[in-house]
Design a protein around this ligand. Structure first.
Ligand code: COA
Length: 250
């Protein structure tokens, strides 16, 4: 589908690895499509017990590909693959573990709000510059972040665009643990294996009880998407996207 997402089955673990290092794992439409399909395929496969998201060293993800946003800002197509991926995340039937190293911007941060356990490295910074781009929070983050972090930390993350270090993210409840880069994947896979070894029905019920009904989350993702789509064509967003596209490197 795309070489920028690598899917690997390791025993009962469905590993979804973003692999576009030259663009800091900025996520294209094809990558969303591949990741959405991988989640659904893994959910449908009884041999799979846990999903895992990983990036490359130094880059979990720089967020949505801004060139794709620019196309949408100019009235072009886009959005269906993002929608499918977000709904796949919100409705995932099986636990999700993520391992985040380095850059975690936009969806590279908000994806983790859907995860059951997130491990990050000391050099990781979580950041969502939505308002600076003239945009609004996405992926259900306007609902999930206040619930997980509390209103004020969520405001700092989603509205002010504060960078959250791994330690701050852990203290705020955004992530489960901070581990060294060298052992990140081992820690993630060990947690996934621990999950995979649990009685699956009991684990599913426990997880579903903690998550509650998905309808409110899906409705919020829809509401955010409507604002997001409108905002992308705003002067604020066009100016910010044009500035990124035309920036000169020092
Ligand atoms: N979309 C498209 N391309 C992106 C990108 C994105 N979100 N993030 C990074 N890239 C590209 C850069 O354009 C650059 O490409 P080039 O080498 O062809 O010029 C390459 O990835 C490396 O990025 P660079 O900016 O040189 O790396 P850096 O380490 O100095 O900075 C970031 C990394 C993530 C801080 C910076 O690239 C950035 O701010 N990206 C935009 C993040 C963003 O706003 N995402 C959307 C959130 S809603």
């Amino acid at each position: 589908m795309t070489e920028h997402v690598l899917i690997e089955r390791k025993g009962a673990i469905n590993i979804i690895r973003m692999n576009r290092p030259d663009k800091k794992n900025a996520i294209t439409r094809a990558m969303y499509a591949a990741m959405g399909k991988a989640l659904r395929d893994g959910d449908a496969d009884p041999a799979i017990r846990c999903h895992v998201f990983l990036g490359v060293p130094g880059s979990f993800s720089a967020g949505n590909d801004l060139a794709d946003f620019m196309v949408m800002a100019m009235g072009g197509e886009g959005g269906a693959e993002v929608w499918d991926f977000l709904i796949g995340l919100a409705e995932a039937e099986k636990p999700i573990v993520s391992g985040v190293d380095g850059i975690a911007v936009g969806i590279g941060t908000t994806l983790n709000l859907h995860c059951d356990l997130t491990f990050a490295t000391p050099r990781t910074v979580f950041r969502t510059p939505f308002t600076d781009l003239g945009l609004v929070p996405e992926a259900g983050s306007s609902l999930l972040a206040p619930a997980i972090l509390g209103r004020q930390q969520a405001f700092a993350l989603l509205a002010l665009g504060d960078g959250f270090s791994a330690e701050r993210a852990k203290a705020a409840g955004l992530i489960y643990d901070v581990v060294d880069e060298a052992v990140l994947e081992d820690a993630v896979l060990a947690a996934a294996e621990q999950i995979a070894a649990k009685p699956p029905q009991a684990l599913k019920i426990a997880r579903d009880l903690m998550r509650g009904p998905r309808a409110e989350l899906v409705a919020r993702i829809r509401q955010e998407s409507e604002h997001f789509r409108e905002r992308l064509t705003s002067e604020e967003a066009r100016a910010a996207l044009t500035a990124f596209m035309s920036r000169k490197k020092a």
